[in-house]
Design a protein. Structure first.
Length: 192
């Protein structure tokens, strides 16, 4: 004989009902807590600047002294101002735009370095001779105040940070950084 009591259809034990309601209450509470946590993280990512994402437009020069920065993890991209065609949560990005100038007179040096930097992910807009051929040191000129990207490029090329200068030029509307190759180009980390 079957020792389990048959459950009467339509009748629910009061104890079982209370147990189910308590379990459902706990599950709903856990879902609310999880939802609050997810919303908090979304808010934190979209509104609060996060140093680990290395947003070059948020960082300033004093941040270099305060933190140890791993420049190898930073990609050569920058955030674009929001476009009216995209929802505000989508932030378009673009490669850092660079012009390479030959400041030492070596034949086709600017175009050879332009090819190397393209392979690194940079958008090379121009490669030509500089205003003169007597630059003793290679320089990086930050045209649009992307100090973080300028320092990253200096690290990549093996240029001293003292050779990085902020020099905005309103005439250069599509250039972020200018590299002027000097007579010390043989000492750079990357070579053509």
């Amino acid at each position: 004989m079957n020792r389990i009591k048959p459950r009467l259809e339509g009748k629910i034990n009061k104890f079982d009902l209370e147990k189910r309601v308590r379990l459902l209450t706990i599950l709903v509470g856990l879902q609310i807590i999880l939802l609050c946590f997810i919303l908090y993280k979304q808010f934190q990512i979209s509104v609060i600047p996060d140093r680990t994402r290395q947003n070059p437009q948020v960082m300033d020069s004093t941040d270099f002294d305060k933190e140890e920065i791993n420049l190898k993890e930073i990609e050569p991209i920058v955030r674009e101002p929001e476009s009216g065609q995209l929802p505000p949560e989508i932030i378009p990005i673009r490669p850092v735009r660079i012009e390479v100038l030959n400041g030492c007179g070596v034949n086709r040096l600017a175009s050879r370095y332009a090819d190397l930097l393209r392979k690194e992910g940079y958008d090379i807009r121009d490669s030509r001779n500089a205003d003169h051929k007597q630059y003793p040191n290679t320089l990086i000129l930050d045209r649009t105040q992307l100090e973080f990207q300028a320092i990253r490029l200096a690290e990549l090329m093996g240029i001293e940070r003292t050779q990085v200068t902020t020099l905005p030029d309103p005439k250069l509307v599509d250039i972020d950084l200018t590299i002027i190759l000097g007579k010390d180009y043989k000492n750079l980390k990357i070579k053509p």
